[in-house]
Design a protein around this ligand. Structure first.
Ligand SMILES: [Zn+2]
Length: 89
């Protein structure tokens, strides 16, 4: 039997590679809405972050979402995501 490869994704905060299921997905939907994707299955372009407020702070500081989604991401959206993350901790 072949070993199954664990899919790794990079956290946009601390930039470390982690198994996908340990990360929270942030998704941009077709209509441009950016939100946490707790199911990991929402359609759209995704970015990943650890379930950790420290990683959030890092990625906020360097505005990593702007890069991930190639657009200006509103401060309000960062705040919303942070609140969601805190709830989920
Ligand atoms: Zn991280």
């Amino acid at each position: 039997m072949k070993k199954r490869k664990i899919p790794l994704r990079q956290c946009i905060g601390c930039m470390s590679q982690k198994p996908k299921k340990e990360l929270i997905r942030i998704v941009k939907s077709k209509d441009g809405e950016i939100k946490l994707d707790m199911t990991g299955k929402a359609h759209g372009r995704g970015a990943y972050i650890c379930n950790d407020v420290e990683c959030f702070k890092k990625m906020h500081k360097k505005k990593a979402l702007n890069k991930a989604f190639q657009q200006e991401v509103n401060e309000e959206i960062y705040n919303q995501l942070q609140e969601e993350l805190i709830k989920n901790e």
